[in-house]
Design a protein around this ligand. Structure first.
Ligand code: NAG
Ligand code: NAG
Ligand code: NAG
Length: 171
C-alpha cells in the first residue's frame, strides 16, 4: 500500500482534527552487504533506560507521529507506570553516532520518504562492528547508527545501509 493511502486511512480512522496522528512503524535494512540486507532493527539494553539498535531477526515496532516527526514507544517499568522511550541519535566520540532509544528526545526530525527512514532529511545510515559498546555486542553483531564524514578508521566493519520503513496502521 502506498504511504499516501495509509496517511489517508489514518486520517479517516482517527479523525482529521486529532492533535497527533500516529502509526505503527518498524524497520528493515537494505544493503548490498548480504550479512545485513533484510535484517530487522531491534534494540538491546545497554545502560540505564538506553537501548542500542542492532541488525537482527526481529523488527521492533514503534509509534510514529508523522506530524511532529517523533518516533517513540511507551515502556512499562512497573505497576502500570510507563515512560516514553524516544528513537534518537546519540553522538559518539569517534565519529559513530549510535541509534538508540532514550528517555530524552534529541529533536531529530524523522520521516519516511519513498519508503525509507530519514533523520533530519538524510537516508544514509551505517551498520558497524566494533563500536566499543558497553556490552560488546558489536563484536559479533552490526550496530546501527550514523557515521560522521572523515571518521577515523578504527571500526571492524562499516557498511552503508538504508532503512526501509513499514508503516503498519493506526496504533
Ligand atoms: C494496573 O491497571 C489495571 C487496569 O487499570 C488494574 O486492574 C491493576 O490493578 C493495576 N495494577 C497496579 C499494580 O496498580
Ligand atoms: C537532528 O538535528 C537535531 C538538532 O535540531 C539534533 O539534536 C539531532 O542529533 C539530529 N539528528 C540527526 C539524525 O542528525
Ligand atoms: C568489553 O570488552 C572490553 C575489552 O575489549 C573489556 O574490557 C570489557 O570488560 C568488555 N565488557 C563486557 C561487559 O564484557
Amino acid at each position: 500500500m502506498q504511504f499516501s493511502t495509509l496517511l489517508a486511512t489514518a486520517v479517516a480512522l482517527t479523525g482529521a482534527s486529532a492533535a497527533a496522528i500516529q502509526s505503527s512503524i518498524r524497520f528493515n535494512i537494505e544493503s548490498d552487504n548480504q550479512e545485513v540486507n533484510n535484517k530487522g532493527l531491534s534494540s538491546i539494553h545497554e545502560g540505564a533506560a538506553i537501548n542500542y539498535f542492532f541488525a537482527g531477526e526481529g523488527s521492533e515496532s514503534f509509534d510514529f507521529d508523522y506530524k511532529t516527526g517523533v518516533i517513540s514507544k511507551n515502556v512499562e517499568i512497573a505497576d502500570n507506570q510507563t515512560y516514553e522511550a524516544f528513537f534518537t541519535i546519540q553522538e559518539g566520540g569517534s565519529g559513530f553516532h549510535t541509534l538508540q532509544t532514550s528517555p530524552s528526545y534529541d529533536n531529530t526530525k524523522w520521516a519516511v520518504e519513498n519508503g525509507y527512514l530519514t533523520g533530519n532529511g538524510s537516508n544514509t545510515f551505517f551498520a558497524v562492528k566494533g563500536t566499543n559498546d558497553p556490552y560488546n555486542y558489536s563484536k559479533e553483531s552490526f550496530q546501527i547508527g550514523v557515521m560522521a564524514p572523515h571518521s577515523p578508521n578504527i571500526y571492524d566493519a562499516v557498511v552503508p545501509i538504508k532503512i526501509k520503513a513499514t508503516v503498519d496502521s493506526v496504533a
